[in-house]
Design a protein around this ligand. Structure first.
Ligand code: 13P
Length: 291
């Protein structure tokens, strides 16, 4: 149906109390699988690529595939650059046609985070239709080039969140609330639901100004996901689970058919595994039928 930015579809989600699934891809095959799953569920979708897969596959190639898939899919789809720490690369990728850009200056001190985020916001708003995501506080774990130890992880201060959003003009906002990238080390990760709800209240009480993003979807118990939706999560990021699905499906297929040498069948096995994982997330996020 359409090429959209993240603000358009997450604002709608925030109003209605569901979240748009944002799924990280590292290959074109994964990208197609994610779109197939969202089309099956009639759900709005955000496809995400971190900096390494974007550089490896090339932004222009990813954008060409994105546009081809989005133009024939009956759902709105956004293409997001995930956790980019380089201001110039954010601008380059927005120029190439990504429709949401995440500048991640969350490891910088507050004023420098504001300066870098605002520079990307000003550029994207002047030169493209892309919306921009910023982060405050730090999410522990590893996502591509970003590594944050548990000691370094800092939760987002709600008063600073309001200042950050006002001063940067960021469109969607990721507050650190205790979720983590990668596999959780405990079954009951310590998530600050109240902090999330308070930030949502301070930013979005009268009308949805700045939809909130939840990072670190992989491994969150279902009831935590539900509580994060209630607290205002409107974009939900899932990466590690899809990397595991790709590698496990490849390994299982090759182990079972060691003498076959038919790469297309490995791709189909991967696509089936990704579709199943993404479909489960879309149902859990309540976005099924919302496109
Ligand atoms: P997970 O890898 O924990 O699913 O986190 C994804 C994420 O937040 C990407 O930005």
């Amino acid at each position: 149906m359409s090429i959209v930015n993240a603000l358009e579809i997450t604002r709608e989600a925030a109003k209605e109390g569901y979240a748009v699934g944002a799924f990280n891809i590292t290959s074109i095959n994964q990208m197609e699988a994610v779109v197939e799953a969202a089309v099956d569920r009639k759900a709005p979708l955000i496809i995400q690529a971190s900096v390494s897969p974007t550089k490896f596959l090339k932004p222009e190639v990813i954008v060409a595939v994105y546009r081809a898939l989005a133009s024939s899919a009956p759902i709105p789809i956004c293409l997001h650059l995930d956790h980019c720490t380089e201001v110039d690369y954010c601008k380059h990728v927005a120029d190439a046609g990504y429709t949401n850009i995440m500048i991640d200056a969350s490891k910088q001190v507050f004023e420098e985070n504001i300066r870098q985020t605002k520079e990307v916001v000003d550029y994207c708003h002047a030169h493209s239709d892309a919306s921009v995501e910023g982060e405050l506080g730090t999410v522990s774990g590893v996502e591509d080039q970003i590594k944050v130890s548990e000691d370094e992880a800092a939760l987002c201060n709600p008063e600073q969140a309001v200042l950050f959003v006002e001063r940067t003009g960021v469109d969607i906002f990721a507050p650190a609330i205790g979720t983590a990238h990668g596999v959780y080390k405990t079954k009951n990760p310590k998530i600050d639901f109240e902090r999330m709800a308070q930030i949502n209240q301070m930013l979005n009480a009268d009308r949805i100004n700045t939809p909130l993003v939840v990072h670190g979807g992989t491994g969150l118990p279902d009831d935590y996901v539900k509580r994060l939706l209630e607290a205002g999560g409107a974009k939900f990021n899932v990466s590690t689970e899809l990397k595991h699905a790709l590698i496990d499906a490849t390994y299982d297929y090759i182990s079972a058919k060691r003498d076959e040498y038919n790469p297309g069948k490995i791709d189909i096995a991967v696509r089936d595994a990704i579709r199943a994982a993404v479909g489960r997330w879309i149902d859990m996020l309540g976005s099924t039928g919302k496109a």
